[in-house]
Design a protein around this ligand. Structure first.
Ligand SMILES: [Zn+2]
Length: 317
């Protein structure tokens, strides 16, 4: 066996990118197939864009200090009872102030905001913006389905479970989503997008105890050398939750990750569909493609550059 030198890097693959890039892309991709005939042709043409840009909001965290809180809501930092948090942004702003909102997360309001941007894009027949805001809405709705995006214990750091975030939302779908049934049926109209966003967050928050407790119990059953697996590529060793441990976690939670992925796919398709209805059902053929203006081009180039340099501004998940 090759001897490892002191230069060998050990990289724990336990960091988070919110649902993981893999799952975000898969969720956006599958949401296309929930759409009705007047929409599906356009979305199929935009397939590559919707998949590739499913993770733009995560990349934007590398250039924009205001981006990180758009992906989560630390419920306990607002109230002990989630129902006491005002659902409307203006009421929440009046109650908590902007600083507190920006520190503790705004995902339900970000979903609402992105939804309105998508309606405007439909109304102006701007094909690129329709794809952009569809991709981003998919991202935020996806994030709101992740229980660890609804808590200040977002990476298990308060319960000695560091790494659980990426374990739940990246490792499990990467290993097992091939076994999931992700055919979810047809998109439906959402009467009240903000109310829907809150329902998603509340449901995800309700799953949190199971997510944490089951991993803690499993941790007692597995020795450390059974819990983690190492792989070596060149001079790089990666540390990862073992397949046996991942399988046991997945089974203990009785399909939770699959159910959350299924619900995210159907809900994203339904948000896209509802925005199109609210925009007056524009015909999605022969749309204009407005070129990016200089400012948008510059922002995109900078985002990719900073992302590849790899330093998130603000917290990771
Ligand atoms: Zn995210």
């Amino acid at each position: 066996m090759k001897r490892l030198t002191t230069l060998t890097l050990i990289i724990p693959l336990l960091f988070c990118t919110s649902w993981g890039f893999f799952a975000h892309r898969r969720i956006n991709q599958l949401a296309i197939f929930t759409l009705p005939p007047p929409m599906i042709g356009f979305y199929k043409l935009g397939h590559n864009y919707l998949v590739e840009h499913a993770v733009d909001p995560d990349k934007r965290r590398y250039i924009d200090t205001l981006e990180a809180p758009r992906h989560y809501l630390d419920v306990e930092n607002y109230e002990t009872d989630i129902d006491s948090i005002p659902q409307s942004y203006n009421e929440a702003l009046a109650k908590y102030g902007l600083k507190k909102l920006n520190e503790n997360g705004i995902v339900p309001w970000q979903i609402q905001r992105t939804y309105f941007r998508l309606i405007t894009a439909f109304k102006t027949h701007d094909s690129l913006k329709i794809l952009k805001y569809s991709a981003e809405l998919g991202h935020y709705v996806g994030d709101a389905h992740v229980p660890l995006h609804t808590t200040n214990n977002h990476n298990g750091q308060l319960t000695n479970q560091v790494g659980i975030h990426a374990f739940w939302e990246s490792r499990l779908p990467e290993l097992f989503s091939g076994e999931y049934d992700l055919v979810v049926g047809q998109a439906h109209y959402i009467e009240n997008p903000l109310k829907k966003a809150w329902e998603i967050v509340k449901h995800a928050h309700g799953l949190l105890d199971t997510v944490l407790d089951f991993e803690a119990k499993l941790n007692q059953r597995f020795r450390s050398d059974q819990k983690y697996a190492f792989s070596i590529k060149g001079n790089i060793i990666t540390k990862q939750y073992s397949i046996a441990y991942s399988r046991a976690y997945q089974e203990a939670m009785n399909g939770m990750v699959e159910k959350q992925m299924r619900h995210a796919i159907l809900t994203i398709g339904s948000f896209w569909y509802s925005a199109w209805i609210d925009a007056g059902q524009p015909v999605l053929k022969n749309l204009i493609q407005m070129p990016l203006d200089d400012e948008e081009k510059k922002a995109t180039t900078l985002m990719e550059k900073k992302y590849h340099q790899g330093k998130i501004i603000g917290r990771e998940n």
